[in-house]
Design a protein around this ligand. Structure first.
Ligand code: PLP
Length: 428
């Protein structure tokens, strides 16, 4: 396949946009070559500016769980747009989506909408600090919680790919309040808590990690975090920006039966429009302005187009809960297929999956944290990525990313993908 016009468009973009992209993960820096410019997308497919059709395993990095241009979402946005695109005043729509989200997700009474996952996590931490009157937080190496200052400490995918785990511009003062732990290592967390007695406001965690590949929590890890938080007056924040409304209607809290104190959302909750949200029980949420002292605001928060898209998406997921099972079955089918063909070609690899998330790592050892994720062979990944691109299959241009399975993918698409991987991995 040729990607000539995409290359030309990228050259134009580079002149006026840093690196030619508005988010670094879209660049092909880690794999070489130039990004694909998309013209349109429908269902499981992307259509690029060169007229190629690509099977899409990124799905806008998660939101398009029902496939691209899902009609109920598109129609809801079109209808709302005719009535005005932003008011800066309350609308009934905001209450409707809030009520539905609160009904779908366990252990939350109230939810506030923002414009991105970054904003959701940043606000959740401020709320936790205000509520507990403590300053420090614990985050895990390789977990990504958006690009706000306190999280840019070994921050997963984008930051790892570009080798700048600690970004310039984050002050030492901010960094000192973020304590770093190893994912899936409870003892490490307990030690940090002991060394910082009564100073820790929150532990923030991707309850299933998705930004260093897909890394499910070991048995007992989340339960252990819950216990440590309860015992030490620390709030447990589940960053479900990736997993929320994806792994189950109620996210990881529902799937793995662990209770968080604050939950962050993004991606699926906006149906492809810029939406984030954070939610908790009433006592915590009432700490937010205008009811409480913790300030948080947004000119476009609860935007009618974004809320219409999100509501249509949540309604679709709420009304047909079999979708999560269907996605899990497709993921298992794909994983089994890839496993078979990579073994047949003597490739060294590990596949991680949970629900509709899957990642392929080119290393034989189990991938359970940032360190083991970083051991993957990046040269093999580059060949894998470009080989698949030539076959018309688009995965993330980084070895640290999760692939997302959508409802729009057919078993024929999955078979095509497995065959393509069989062909490409012969050349490793
Ligand atoms: C994508 C992501 C974010 C950041 O969301 P943005 O909308 O990109 O700001 C935060 N946390 C997790 C777990 C994510 O996957």
């Amino acid at each position: 396949m040729l990607y000539k016009r995409s290359s030309q468009l990228f050259a134009e973009a580079e002149k006026v946009i840093p690196g030619g992209v508005n988010s670094p993960v879209r660049a092909f820096k880690a794999v070489g070559g130039t990004p694909i410019f998309v013209k349109s997308a429908k269902g499981a497919y992307l259509y690029d500016e060169d007229g190629n059709r690509l099977i899409d395993y990124i799905n806008s990095w998660g939101p398009m769980i029902l496939g691209h241009a899902y009609e109920p979402v598109v129609n809801a946005v079109i209808e709302k747009a005719k009535l005005g695109t932003s008011f800066g005043m309350p609308t009934e729509l905001e209450t409707q989506i809030a009520a539905l989200a609160v009904a779908m997700v366990p252990n939350i009474d109230k939810i506030r909408f923002v414009n991105s996952g970054t904003e959701a996590c940043m606000s959740a931490v401020r709320l936790a600090r205000g509520f507990t009157k403590k300053d420090k937080i614990i985050k895990f190496a390789g977990c990504y919680h958006g690009h706000s200052d306190s999280f840019l400490i070994q921050a997963g995918s984008g930051a790892i790919t570009f080798g700048s785990p600690n970004s310039p511009g984050v002050t030492a003062g901010t960094a000192k309040d973020t304590l770093l732990a190893r994912y899936n290592d409870l003892e490490n967390v307990a030690t940090l808590i002991e060394a910082n007695k009564n100073e820790i406001a929150a532990i923030i965690v991707e309850p299933v990690a998705g930004n260093m590949g897909c890394i499910p929590p070991n048995k007992g890890f989340l339960e252990g975090l819950r216990q440590l938080c309860t015992d030490n007056g620390i709030l447990l924040i589940f960053d479900e920006v990736m997993t929320g409304f994806r792994l189950a209607a109620g996210g990881v809290q529902e799937l793995l039966h662990v209770t968080a104190d604050i939950v962050c959302f993004g991606k699926v909750i906006g149906g492809g429009l810029p939406v984030g949200a954070f939610a908790a029980r009433e006592e915590i949420m009432n700490y937010l302005a205008p009811l409480g002292p913790v300030y948080q605001a947004g000119t476009l928060s609860g935007n009618p187009l974004a809320m219409a898209a999100g509501l249509a998406m949540l309604q679709a997921l709420d009304s047909d809960r079999t979708i999560f099972k269907r996605l899990e079955e497709k993921t298992a089918y794909l994983a089994a297929g890839i496993d078979k063909v990579l073994k047949a070609n003597d490739v060294t690899f590990t596949i991680n999956t949970i629900g509709s998330m899957i990642s392929v790592h080119f290393d034989a050892a189990p991938v359970v944290d940032f360190q083991t994720a970083a051991n993957g062979d990046n040269e093999t990944f580059k060949k894998f990525f470009h080989g698949l691109l030539q076959e018309g299959i688009y995965i993330a241009p980084s070895a640290y990313e999760t692939w997302f399975i959508t409802d729009a993918l057919t078993y024929a698409d999955l078979d095509f993908t497995i065959q393509a991987i069989a062909k490409v991995s012969k050349t490793f």
